[in-house]
Design a protein around this ligand. Structure first.
Ligand SMILES: [Zn+2]
Length: 426
C-alpha cells in the first residue's frame, strides 16, 4: 500500500533529524586523539586500496567535521573487510517483555544482513552475527527508566543501558572476541517506527563503557519494526541494520533535514525503508571493497575515455571514477544497474554525484545530480525517493559543470552492459 508509505514519510524525517544530531554527538571522539590510536579493531586506513595515482582523490574534511566522507576512514570504527564478528544480543525489559523466542527476533535481520554485506562487498566482508546468548537478555531496569527517546544522547541513558548490557552478558560473553555490538531491542519497547525511528548507532565512541578491557565503541541499536504495512516487511524490514552497521564502519548519514532528497535510493545510508538498495561506489571504496585498479582518479586536463562496468557486478573492471575539485570535494561517476542489491533501479545508467568531505553527517555530504530534474522519476516502489529514481545519465546525455569545466558524457553501451564515458576537465 503506497498510501501508507507516503503518509509516514514526514514523520520519519522528523525522527531522522534527531538521530542525525545524536550521531554528531557521539562520533566526536572518532578520528583523532590517543584513545582511538589504541582501538583494537580499526582498519579503515589499512583496508583502503590505493596507489600513488589516487593521491589527489583522497579528499578529507577539516578538523571540525565529526563524521566525514573523507579518505581514508579514521581509526576508531570497526573493520569493514575480512571476517567481522558482530556480537548480537536480543534485549528486553520488565515493562516491555520479549514476545516469542529471542531467536525469531534475530531472524528478522539474519541471514539477510550478512547476505546484503556479502553481495555489496563482493565477498570481502565476511559478516558473522553471533548469539552467545540465544534468549532474551533481561535488563535490570524498566525501558522507561533509561529515558530513551529520539535524539537521546549517549549520556546518561545509553551509557546506563550499555553498562547494564555488559553486566548482564559478561558471564557468558568475551567482548574481546567481537568487532562491534548489535542490540536488537524487543520491538514493543518504545513507539512504533511509523511514528518515531529510535534506531541509532554510537560509532567510534572510545569513551563508552569497557567490557573485558575493551570499550564498547561501536554499537547499533534497533527498535520497533520498520513495517509500512505494505506486506514487504519480511523481505525489507531488516534493512535498518545494514544502515546502522554502515555507521560502525564509519559511513555518515546521507539524508538531511529535508529527507532523502540529496541522494534518494542510491545508498542505504540515504534510505533504508522500501526495496533493497546498495551503497555508492564511493562508500565501497571507502570500506575497502574496491581494488585500486577499479578506481580511476581523473586528474588530467582534456577529455579522457573510460569504460565503466556495473558497480553491482563482481569482477574486474572500472567501478568508480573520481574527479577531484579540491582537497575537500569532487565528482564521482559510476554505473548503476538493476542487479545485486540494487533491486529498485528503474533507469540504469551513469550516476554522477558530488562528495564533500567537509560536510558533516546528516548535512548533505553527498549530492546526486538528476539527469531529468522535475520529471517525477520512474519508480512506483513505495519508500523510494521518486524524483531521483531516474537520475542516471544514459547514452548521448551529458553532465556539465561549466564553472569548473567538468563534463561527463555517456558515449554508448557494449553488449555486456559496460558503458563508455568521456570525462572532460577544463
Ligand atoms: Zn543513520
Amino acid at each position: 500500500m503506497p498510501w501508507t508509505s507516503r503518509r509516514i514519510r514526514p514523520r520519519r524525517v522528523a525522527a531522522l533529524v534527531s538521530v542525525t544530531a545524536l550521531t554528531l554527538a557521539v562520533s566526536t571522539s572518532a578520528g583523532s586523539g590517543p584513545l582511538t590510536a589504541k582501538a583494537p579493531t580499526a582498519a579503515g586506513p589499512v583496508a583502503l586500496a590505493r596507489s600513488d595515482s589516487h593521491g589527489a582523490c583522497l579528499i578529507n574534511g577539516g578538523p571540525t567535521v565529526q563524521m566525514s566522507e573523507g579518505l581514508p576512514t579514521p581509526n576508531g570504527y570497526s573493520r569493514s573487510t575480512g571476517t567481522v564478528r558482530a556480537l548480537t544480543l536480543m534485549v528486553d525489559f520488565s515493562d516491555a517483555p520479549g514476545s516469542g523466542p529471542a531467536l525469531s527476533r534475530f531472524r528478522e535481520f539474519f541471514p539477510q544482513t550478512q547476505e546484503w554485506f556479502r553481495t555489496s562487498s563482493y565477498g570481502r566482508l565476511d559478516y558473522r552475527p553471533e548469539t552467545p546468548i540465544p534468549d532474551w537478555l533481561r535488563m535490570p531496569r524498566s525501558f522507561r527508566s533509561y529515558g530513551i527517546e529520539r535524539g537521546a544522547p549517549f549520556d546518561p541513558g545509553y551509557r546506563r543501558l550499555v553498562q547494564d548490557i555488559v553486566a548482564a552478558a559478561d558471564p557468558r560473553v568475551d567482548f574481546r572476541a567481537y568487532d562491534f555490538l548489535n542490540v536488537l531491542v524487543t520491538p514493543n519497547a518504545g513507539p512504533s517506527a511509523l511514528d518515531t525511528v529510535l534506531s541509532v548507532t554510537f560509532a567510534g565512541n572510545t569513551d563508552a563503557p569497557v567490557a573485558d578491557g575493551v570499550p564498547v565503541a561501536n554499537a547499533s541499536f534497533v527498535y520497533s519494526r520498520q513495517d509500512d504495512g505494505s506486506g514487504s516487511y519480511p523481505q525489507t524490514g531488516y534493512r535498518v541494520l545494514p544502515h546502522e552497521n554502515g555507521h560502525v564502519f564509519g559511513l555518515p548519514d546521507l539524508y538531511t533535514q529535508a529527507g532523502g532528497g540529496a541522494v534518494g535510493h542510491w545508498d542505504i545510508m540515504s534510505e533504508d525503508w522500501g526495496a533493497d538498495n546498495d551503497l555508492l561506489g564511493w562508500h565501497k571504496w571507502k570500506l575497502g571493497w574496491l581494488d585500486a585498479a577499479q578506481v580511476d582518479c581523473v586528474t588530467e586536463r582534456g577529455t579522457t575515455q573510460y569504460t565503466l562496468t556495473p558497480l553491482a557486478r563482481p569482477g574486474l573492471g572500472t567501478k568508480l571514477l573520481f574527479v577531484p575539485l579540491s582537497r575537500r570535494t569532487g565528482y564521482a561517476v559510476e554505473l548503476r544497474t538493476h542487479e545485486g542489491n540494487d533491486e529498485s533501479v528503474c533507469r540504469p545508467g551513469v550516476l554522477v554525484y558530488r562528495v564533500d568531505a567537509n560536510v558533516d553527517t546528516g548535512r548533505g555530504p553527498v549530492r546526486v545530480y538528476d539527469s531529468h530534474p522535475d520529471s517525477g522519476g520512474c519508480t512506483r516502489s513505495p519508500n523510494v525517493h521518486a524524483e531521483l529514481s531516474d537520475a542516471p545519465f544514459t547514452t548521448g546525455e551529458e553532465f556539465r559543470d561549466p564553472r569548473r569545466g567538468v563534463r561527463v558524457r555517456v558515449e554508448g553501451v557494449d553488449e555486456e552492459g559496460n558503458v563508455r564515458v568521456g570525462v572532460t576537465r577544463g
